[in-house]
Design a protein around this ligand. Structure first.
Ligand code: 0WD
Ligand code: CA
Length: 442
């Protein structure tokens, strides 16, 4: 079907991308050419060259309070505990405090980066933080990176992103239209219940103290507390895909025993339907690709899966070592290969960066924004590939959402952190180095 094009020399004459339901109001997408097609996922055609992915190291952690205030520190950190046998995932559903759906902004991740830069300036001299940031190829949420890396295998969902390239660093946020947000807010009851099962499992599997099941008055022993999806504990890591340095933030469900400042003890929690036959098994093994990519991007070494009945009762739990997951599917008819994802990720970043670096753009209409404040729409369509086009004034306005932003970046960040320093230095030429005083795995 889709043939692979050579990386680094984006082919802009490809076929137009299909119009997407979720992308209402951005009809320019109708004619956006395919910048990059997906690689073949059939295993015979793969080269053996491995793309290096560096073990992620934690730069800092932060928490969201029940009031959805972001604060540095570990107030929202939870400890893993085995769930009680037969745990009921419907428990507490009617008391679920559900965080309203909102645009998935990068703001809190950018606050974390600002802090990392500040620490660097304090420890290694003024300007060292900006130098470090200039060497970062990509800043985004882990969830976005998961969607990018698994795109060659994605059969159903499109992924729509907004992109900016500022001082050599690429920023990516998920593009959610008002229509898509309303759709997410208004899930059918059945789907809403299933989403809740995942959160209830988190509550049964976590405690405020290591090794001790929670005991809360009026609730069964082991219930970690009523679900409040405002509360999250997040880790910001740095890592490297090939030659590209990445800064990625993401939610971490809990840790085993204690948090030592690194992802060593991080645990990801998942629920899945119990496996009854070969078809169920194949379905689960396909799903493992997303579990795997999502976890290794943050350096999460362990995934605990709670298998459940259709009615939401846990039958068994199984712990998977993240690095061993690819081995479980190798050689099977529905197998996936993480190397295809990594090589694809590298190609995606190189091509996108090349495209966004092209100064002149014929599609730009209205008053031309300065180069670094330009916003691009990036769409990954299953089976087709990636299309990229610059937003016009109206498109940018929609992305800003009436807020104090340059493109989708908050103005304070764009002006104080991201924009090139006026010292005449060239983007991408900064020196590398750790900014937190920890080991620098260059
Ligand atoms: O508002 C939104 N539409 C989103 C916000 C979508 C995706 C993420 N985010 C936010 C998260 O709240 C967090 O602050 O971005 C930050 C980082 O998230 P991530 O780790 O990059 O997100 P992802 O890997 O997609 O999801 C991790 C977990 C999920 O766990 P499972 O096991 O289901 O993959 O984040 C939770 C969920 O528990 N999560 C959400 N919780 C509430 N509302 C949402 C959401 N929309 N999306 C993911
Ligand atoms: Ca989870």
């Amino acid at each position: 079907m889709s043939k692979r094009r050579h990386s680094g020399s984006p082919d802009l004459r490809g076929k137009p991308a299909k119009r997407l339901e979720t992308d209402a109001g951005t009809s320019a997408n109708d004619h956006a050419p395919v910048l990059l097609s997906y690689p073949s996922t059939s295993s015979q055609q793969q080269s053996t060259r491995a793309v290096p992915f560096q073990q992620p190291t934690c730069l800092l952690t932060f928490s969201y309070t029940p009031q959805r205030i972001m604060e540095f520190g570990d107030s929202a950190l939870r400890y893993y505990i085995d769930p009680p046998p037969g745990a009921d995932l419907r428990y507490g559903y009617e008391r679920w405090i559900k965080r309203p759906e909102e645009r998935a902004r990068l703001d809190t991740l950018l606050k974390a980066i600002e802090r990392v830069l500040h620490i660097s300036d304090t420890n290694m001299g003024p300007g060292s933080g900006k130098k470090w940031l200039r060497d970062i190829a990509l800043v985004t949420w882990r969830g976005v990176m998961t969607k990018i890396l698994t795109a060659p295998y994605e059969e159903r969902d499109s992924c729509v992103l907004n992109a900016m390239l500022v001082d050599g660093t690429l920023y990516l946020e998920e593009h959610l239209t008002d229509a898509r947000l309303a759709e997410k807010e208004d899930l059918p009851t059945r789907q809403r219940q299933q989403t809740y099962y995942g959160y209830a499992f988190e509550s049964w599997c976590t405690s405020s103290r290591p090794g001790v099941p929670e005991r809360i008055h009026g609730h069964p022993t082991g219930w970690g507390g009523d679900v409040d999806t405002n509360v999250q504990w997040c880790s910001v890591v740095k890592t490297k895909l090939g030659d590209s340095r990445l800064v990625i933030g993401g939610e971490v469900d809990c840790v085993r025993e204690h948090f030592n400042g690194q992802p060593d003890n991080f645990v990801e929690l998942k629920t899945s339907m119990s496996i009854r036959n070969a078809q169920d098994e194949a379905r689960f093994e396909k799903k493992l690709l997303k579990f795997y990519v999502q976890s290794f991007l943050l350096g999460v070494p362990e995934i605990v899966v709670g298998f459940r009945t259709p009615a939401g009762r846990i039958t068994t739990t199984q712990s998977f070592k993240t690095i061993q997951i690819p081995r479980l599917v190798r050689g099977k008819p529905h197998a996936w290969d993480p190397q295809i994802c990594l090589r694809w990720g590298q190609e995606f970043l190189a091509s996108l960066k090349a495209r966004l670096s092209e100064q002149a753009s014929s599609a730009q209409t209205g008053p031309s924004p300065t180069y670094s404040s330009r916003v691009w729409r990036v769409t990954l369509t299953p089976g087709l590939g990636v299309s990229v086009y610059p937003l016009d004034e109206e498109g940018v306005k929609e992305v800003q959402g009436g807020e104090d932003r340059v493109g989708f970046l908050p103005s304070w960040y764009f002006e104080q952190v991201a924009e090139p320093a006026e010292d005449g230095s060239v983007p991408g030429q900064g020196t590398s180095g750790s900014c937190d005083g920890t080991t620098d795995p260059t």
